[in-house]
Design a binder for this molecule. Structure first.
Ligand SMILES: Cc1ncc(COP(=O)(O)O)c(C=O)c1O
Length: 463
């Protein structure tokens, strides 16, 4: 029998993934395949194709968790069919979601942690939308009661992650973003006070700024708003975007007062899939007290059986991430999280110190006081033969992903390089990364790149 006529049934010894027709022909890319294919062949082809993606462990640009316990893989597999919205069919998943909310409320010092309200989301972006909506609804309710117009809400932020621009655009709220200035890269009370008025629905400090990893001073902003209230009667609430810091500070920076210890902080969001150590696809938003979430935002649905309250932008959503979050809270506990976050912080400090020793860079963040990581810029007035973009690009050839980007307005002329350290990184890897950085710099000193300055290029930072 000619070879091409061999029946390649899997029980047949002729079966081989790379000799099957799916592997010897192009796979469909724009139209669905006409005929079914062997599942193991397709699985192998896809796994091979995905090798072209980056290697997550060497990705120092992302904030997202990529190193997960085998137990999390097992739990995610067991939960693959759980729809978290279907609280009637999966009441125990709902119960576990609720426990996570209360544990977070307690970690963030809510006065009613066992009784307050919150929910899981797909990440901090959805959580931020929900927090923002609650602020808008609360403000509108108050204005209506006072018989005042409700057509010009505004929200005040520092240099924020894109999700707040989305919130402002999608929900018709003016965003008053305090731009960075040379010498001031964060929101300050003075800058907030210049922008607040009776139409301000809330102020949003970021606790772990995406661009620089630093914490905005929530307490100073809250104090300034207390004073404003005394003087003018304006009572402006705070929502803290603690996408990353919400799972770091409670464990290793307990002295920083940024959370529900400040009565003006009405809600907080965080990403479970960042320093919460959970797999991609889970965020959280928690309100200080039940009254801080307007009831009209909660829908009650009965078509899945039972009567279920829901406040979310999505409907169906996988339940596994929530179970994994609870696993992490139980498995690591307060002390376990503290050890992990401290180890990450130490690696960031080490990298910052080593980078500084190279003599070419000025540190923008030394890794000590906020999120685990470091950020630096090329020293002014030197010509090292490369830009930070060139350096990121060259590091990529060794598998490292290190973000280089220009800061937002009014500091677009400042190009910085940033590494973010997450669970799964070791001192050994930090040393190897620094060795590679030195090797790349040596390369450029021998083969200088004579291209545009950093500011002529664009590159995105990763979230
Ligand atoms: C401060 C801040 N807020 C919000 C987000 C969006 O978070 P997510 O990716 O979980 O939607 C990020 C992501 O990096 C962030 O750093």
């Amino acid at each position: 029998m000619p070879l091409h006529l061999v029946d390649s049934d899997k029980n047949n010894s002729f079966f081989d993934t790379y000799a099957e027709s799916a592997a010897t022909n192009s796979i469909p890319k724009f139209k669905i395949a006409e005929e079914p294919n062997d599942p193991t062949v397709i699985q192998d082809l896809l796994i091979d194709e995905l090798l072209l993606d980056g290697n997550a462990k060497q990705n120092l640009a992302t904030f997202c968790q990529t190193d997960l316990d085998p137990q999390i893989h097992y739990l995610m597999d067991k939960c693959i069919d759980k729809n978290m919205i279907d609280k009637d069919e999966y009441p125990q998943t709902a119960e576990i979601e609720n426990r996570c909310v209360h544990i977070l409320a307690d970690l963030w010092n809510s006065p009613q942690s066992a009784d307050t309200i919150g929910c899981s989301t797909t990440g901090s972006s959805e959580a931020a939308m929900l927090g923002g909506l609650a602020l808008k609804w609360k403000w509108r309710e108050k204005r209506r009661k006072e018989g005042k117009p409700t057509d010009k809400p505004n929200i005040i932020t520092g240099p924020v992650q894109i999700c707040w621009h989305k919130f402002a655009r999608y929900f018709d709220v003016e965003i008053r973003e305090i731009p960075m200035e040379h010498g001031r890269l964060l929101m300050t009370p003075e800058e907030v006070l210049k922008r607040v008025d009776e139409n301000t629905i809330g102020v949003v400090p970021t606790f772990g700024v995406t661009f620089t990893l630093e914490y905005e001073n929530v307490k100073a902003i809250s104090d300034a708003l207390d004073q404003l209230q005394k003087e003018t009667g304006l009572d402006i609430p705070i929502h803290v975007d603690a996408a990353s810091g919400g799972f770091v500070a409670p464990f290793i920076q307990e002295d920083i007062v940024w959370d529900f210890r400040l009565p003006r902080v009405k809600s907080i969001n965080t990403s479970g899939h960042k320093f919460g150590l959970s797999p991609l696809g889970v965020g959280w938003v928690v309100w200080r007290e039940k009254e801080d979430l307007p009831e009209e935002l909660v829908f009650n649905v009965n078509y899945l059986g039972g009567n279920m309250p829901t406040f979310a932008l999505n409907f169906s959503r996988p339940g596994g991430q929530i179970i994994a979050q609870y696993y992490n809270l139980l498995r690591h506990g307060r002390q376990g999280y503290a050890r992990i976050q401290q180890a990450c912080l130490d690696h960031g400090i080490y990298i910052a110190e080593e980078v500084e020793k190279l003599g070419l860079f000025d540190l923008l963040y030394d890794g000590k006081s906020a999120l685990p990581g470091a950020a630096w810029m090329l020293k002014k007035d030197i010509n090292p033969g490369f830009t930070l973009y060139d350096l990121s690009d060259r590091m990529r050839s060794r598998g490292w992903q290190i973000a280089s980007y220009s800061l937002p307005s009014n500091c677009e002329d400042m190009v910085i390089q940033r590494v973010l350290i997450r669970h799964g990184f070791s001192h050994d890897l930090a040393q190897l990364m620094i060795e590679d950085l030195k090797r790349c710099i040596d390369y450029f000193q021998k083969h200088p790149v004579t291209n545009n300055s950093d500011s002529d290029e664009s590159n995105s930072f990763h979230h």
